[in-house]
Ligand binder design. Structure first.
Ligand SMILES: [Zn+2]
Ligand SMILES: [Zn+2]
Length: 485
C-alpha cells in the first residue's frame, strides 16, 4: 500500500516537473515601469522619490508630535544610508494627522475578494476557544499549511518549555497561547481607564480590516498609528505576533497602487513604545522617548524601507549588524538598533541587491523619458548584478526583469538584443528545470524516510516555501504575502 502510494506520488510529481516548471508566469512579475512611476532626477541628477506619510490617530491614546515624527523619519533615512550604502535618494512628505475613523470611513475595501476571504477566519472575541471552526479538521489543516512556511526547528524556539515534534504540536501550543493572549488583551485599559480593545472591535483595531484596507488604498506609503491592532486572522497566526500579545506591530503590506514602494505600503503601530498601557509595553521605563523614536525609525522603519524600496529579503546569514537580519536575537528592538550602530558600514551582502535595485530605478527613469533601449539595458545590467548564489525566488525575479527588458526591446524592434534576452530567459528556465528535478528527488527521498505529506502543489507553489536560509523572503513578501511584526 505504502509502496503503491509512493509510485503515485512519483508519477504525479514527474508530471508536474515537466509541466509546472515552465509556469513562471509573467502576470505575477512586479510592474517595473509604468507611466505613473513616481521617481524623478533631483537637482544633483540622482534618482529621488517622495514617500507619503500619515499618522492615524486613536484619540484615546498618546500620539507622536510633528517634531517626533521628524525625528523618526530622519533616523530611518540616516540608517538606510549607513547600512545599505544607497546612491539613490528618497524624502518624506508628512501629511500630518488623521483620525482612524476618518481613515477607515470609505469601506469600499470590504467589497474585495481578499476581504471576504479573510473575514471568514476572524477571531470571535465573544466565543474565543469555543469558536466552531476550531473543532474542524479542515481549519487545522489550513493553519498547519500556513505554519509550514517556517522550519519546524525555528518554530520550536517559540515554545522552549514544550516538547514539539511535529506541526500538530505547534498548532496546539500556538492556539493555547493565542487564547491566553487575547484574554489578556481584553483586560488592558487606556490611560483614562477605558478598555483598550473596543467592543465590538472597530475596523481599525482588526488586522483583517487593515490588511484589506492597505491593499485597497493608494494614498500613503507609510502609515503610523497609535492604536492596538489585534492579530485576529486565525488562519494566518504569525507565531511572533501571536506570542507578542496577539497584536500586529506593523510591517510591509501589499498595495498594488503604491508605486513608490514597488506595490507595497508600510504600517507601524507605536502602541508598545508610546501607548503607556500597563501590561503591554515590554520596553524598559528608563528608555527615553527620543531613543524609542530612533528605534522606531532606525530599526523598524528603515528595515521596512529596505524591503519595500530596495526589494531586499529578510536574511539570516548576514550577521546581526545587517539591517535586514531577522534572526531571533533581534527580538529586542533596542538591542537590535544598538547592534546596527555598532558597525556604521554598509552590509556587503545587501549591497549587491541594492545595486540591482538602483539599476532598475535608472531603467524606470529612462522608460519615463521614452528611452526604451536605455531602460532595457539598465534592467539587464541590474539582473547581472544579482548575486551568483541564487535561490528560486531570485531566479524568478531575475526572469521577470529579463521579461520586462524583452518587452521593451520588442517594442523598439532591436533584434540583436531581443535574441540575447531570449537566450538569458531560456538559460534561467533550463536552470530551473535542473534545480526542480534535484529538489524533487531530494524531497521524495525525505518523504520516503519520514512519511511526510509532500504533494506536488507543495513542491511548486511558492507560497508554501519554507523559511530556509537561501529562500528570499523579501520577494515572497513583496508579491505574495504581507511581512508583519
Ligand atoms: Zn523583514
Ligand atoms: Zn545584509
Amino acid at each position: 500500500m505504502r509502496r503503491s502510494f509512493f509510485y503515485i506520488v512519483l508519477i504525479t510529481t514527474l508530471f508536474f516537473i515537466t509541466n509546472c516548471t515552465q509556469r513562471w508566469d509573467k502576470k505575477y512579475c512586479p510592474v517595473l515601469h509604468s507611466s505613473s512611476m513616481p521617481w524623478e532626477l533631483n537637482n544633483k541628477g540622482i534618482p529621488s522619490v517622495k514617500l507619503e506619510v500619515i499618522r492615524a490617530l486613536d484619540e484615546r491614546l498618546p500620539t507622536l508630535s510633528d517634531r517626533e515624527m521628524n525625528q523618526i523619519l530622519n533616523e530611518a533615512k540616516r540608517i538606510v544610508r549607513m547600512k545599505l550604502g544607497s546612491h539613490i535618494d528618497f524624502h518624506f512628505h508628512d501629511n500630518g494627522i488623521i483620525s482612524l475613523d476618518e481613515l477607515f470611513k470609505d469601506k469600499s475595501y470590504r467589497n474585495t475578494a481578499r476581504y471576504r476571504k479573510l473575514n471568514r477566519d476572524r477571531y470571535d472575541l465573544e466565543r474565543g476557544p469555543d469558536m466552531p471552526c476550531l473543532k474542524e479538521e479542515k481549519f487545522k489543516k489550513r493553519v498547519i499549511k500556513f505554519l509550514k512556511r517556517w522550519d519546524l526547528k525555528d518554530l520550536t524556539g517559540f515554545f522552549p518549555d514544550q516538547t514539539i515534534i511535529n506541526y500538530d504540536d505547534v498548532y496546539n501550543n500556538l492556539f493555547r497561547v493565542y487564547h491566553q493572549r487575547v484574554s489578556h488583551l481584553k483586560t488592558l485599559r487606556t490611560p483614562n481607564g477605558n478598555l483598550l480593545l473596543k467592543s465590538p472591535l472597530p475596523p481599525y483595531q482588526s488586522y483583517v480590516e487593515w490588511d484589506s484596507f492597505l491593499r485597497y488604498q493608494d494614498r500613503y506609503d507609510i502609515i503610523f498609528t497609535n492604536t492596538l491592532i489585534m492579530a485576529d486572522l486565525m488562519s494566518e497566526p504569525y507565531p511572533h505576533s501571536v506570542l507578542k500579545h496577539a497584536k500586529i506591530g506593523g510591517g510591509g503590506f501589499l498595495c498594488p497602487k503604491c508605486t513608490a514602494f514597488n506595490g507595497n505600503t508600510v504600517m507601524i503601530s507605536t502602541i508598545e513604545e508610546h501607548g503607556n498601557i500597563k501590561g503591554l509595553s515590554d520596553m524598559d521605563k528608563n528608555i527615553s522617548r527620543e531613543l524609542k523614536n530612533k528605534v522606531i525609525g532606525g530599526f523598524l522603519l528603515a528595515h521596512e524601507i529596505g524591503h519595500a524600496l530596495y526589494l531586499l529579503p529578510d536574511v539570516y546569514d548576514h550577521g546581526d549588524m545587517c539591517l535586514m537580519s531577522s534572526s531571533l536575537s533581534n527580538f529586542d528592538y533596542v538591542r537590535g538598533y544598538n547592534l546596527l550602530l555598532s558597525d556604521p558600514t554598509a552590509c556587503s551582502k545587501c549591497l549587491q541587491d541594492v545595486r540591482t535595485a538602483e539599476s532598475i530605478i535608472y531603467g524606470k527613469l529612462a522608460y519615463k523619458d521614452g528611452a526604451y533601449n536605455k531602460a532595457a539595458d539598465s534592467y539587464l545590467e541590474g539582473a547581472g548584478k544579482m548575486p551568483p548564489k541564487i535561490g528560486d525566488y531570485v531566479n524568478w525575479y531575475k526572469w521577470c526583469i529579463y521579461q520586462r527588458a524583452l518587452e521593451l526591446y520588442e517594442k523598439i524592434g532591436h533584434q540583436e538584443n531581443i535574441e540575447k534576452t531570449r537566450r538569458l530567459i531560456e538559460s534561467l528556465e533550463d536552470l530551473r528545470k535542473k534545480k526542480s528535478k534535484k529538489r524533487t528527488t531530494l524531497l521524495l527521498k525525505k518523504h520516503k524516510m519520514s512519511g511526510l505529506e509532500t504533494t506536488p502543489q507543495y513542491l511548486f507553489d511558492p507560497t508554501h516555501a519554507s523559511s530556509s536560509k537561501q529562500i528570499y523572503h523579501g520577494l515572497a513578501f513583496l508579491f505574495l504575502a504581507p511581512n508583519i511584526v
